[in-house]
Design a protein around this ligand. Structure first.
Ligand code: F6P
Length: 319
């Protein structure tokens, strides 16, 4: 393996840059030429590829976003698009590709590997929605951003003795909401994995009032959605002033947490080593604090397993 390329694809996540940095530096350390690809799979199709040296990844470990930029490539979903990308890879004699992204990007990585290009994926998404790994790169930072916002909303919520519905991202996965709820001391967490009724939510609010709570923080996962509508229904039923906040894209940006920087560095290093071992169609993950690699198909076929124990804890702690 003489030449490898790295790209970021799908929604960006904090510490993608730290992963790129690790790929470049560990690659060079192992006498491999490392190339960066701009704008995800689109860059592979259009040949937006350039060589990276150690210096090209200086001063990026603390930066959010991705220096390689990112895209969700429609063209790569077509056989013609993939053929164009394959031609570019062949012309440039690239021996292996590292894809940093989420499940959609990993499906792209699998396609590349099916075309005979050794490919390895690093999970970069704030959603933590990949069951094969305990954590994805960016989740911890997004979580801390959400906690910071929840703390601030709680201040004003207490002053006005209001209910606050706070919607966090996470696509169809409730992890960001669940973890935010526990770390943010929320009264209720509403996630797609668990059924809920408006009656239960309102009963819980009344219970909080009876117990002397000044505020009631409800964390809502975007997979359930409808923060404004929910706030309106709560206000109508309980008669308590209720406000909704959708945190949105602030969760995707910002300087990555130490945890994410270290996770990304470990995963970037492992991805290079897995390619050098001659493996293909592998995803890098972390299980019980060990960096692992697993077959892409096996990983993507895993059923999502919601953390029931943590959910129960969130309920017990909010009582
Ligand atoms: O996957 C990351 C994520 O931020 C999700 O939480 C959210 O549903 C989605 O991306 C938003 O995507 P876009 O950047 O295309 O608006």
């Amino acid at each position: 393996m003489k030449k490898i390329a790295v790209l970021t694809s799908g929604g960006d996540s904090p510490a993608m840059n730290a992963a790129i940095r690790a790929v470049v530096r560990i690659g060079i350390e192992n006498e491999v030429q490392v190339f960066g690809v701009h704008r995800g799979f689109n860059g592979l199709i259009n040949g937006e590829i350039f060589e990276m040296d150690r210096h090209s990844v200086s001063d990026i470990i603390q930066r959010g976003g991705t220096i390689l930029r990112t895209a969700r490539s429609e063209e790569f979903r077509t056989p013609e698009g993939r053929q164009k990308a394959l031609n570019v890879i062949k012309v440039l004699k690239i021996d292996g590709i590292i894809v940093i992204g989420g499940d959609g990007s990993f499906r792209g990585a699998k396609e590349l590997s099916d075309l005979g290009i050794p490919t390895v994926g690093i999970p970069g998404t704030i959603d933590n929605d990949l069951p094969y790994t305990d954590y994805t790169v960016g989740f911890d930072t997004a979580l801390n951003t959400a906690i910071d916002a929840i703390n601030k909303i709680r201040d004003t919520s207490s002053s006005h003795e209001r209910v606050s519905v706070i919607e966090v991202m996470g696509r169809n996965c409730g992890d960001l909401a669940l973890f935010s709820g526990i770390a943010g001391g929320a009264e209720q967490v509403i996630v797609p994995e668990k059924k809920f009724t408006i009656e239960d939510i309102c009963e819980n609010i009344f219970k909080g009032k009876r117990n002397g709570k000044l505020h009631n923080i409800i964390i809502l996962a975007e997979g359930v959605g409808g923060a404004q509508k929910l706030a309106k229904s709560i206000e109508e039923i309980t008669g308590i002033e209720t406000r909704a906040t959708v945190l949105g894209y602030i969760q995707r940006g910002g300087s990555p947490s130490a945890f994410d920087r270290i996770l990304a560095s470990r995963m970037g290093s492992k991805a290079v080593k897995v390619l050098l071992e001659g493996k293909t169609a592998r995803l890098i993950g972390i299980k019980a604090n060990k960096i692992i690699d697993i077959d892409i198909k096996e990983a993507l076929d895993l059923k999502s397993c919601f953390n029931e124990e943590l959910y129960k804890l969130s309920v017990d702690l909010s009582n």
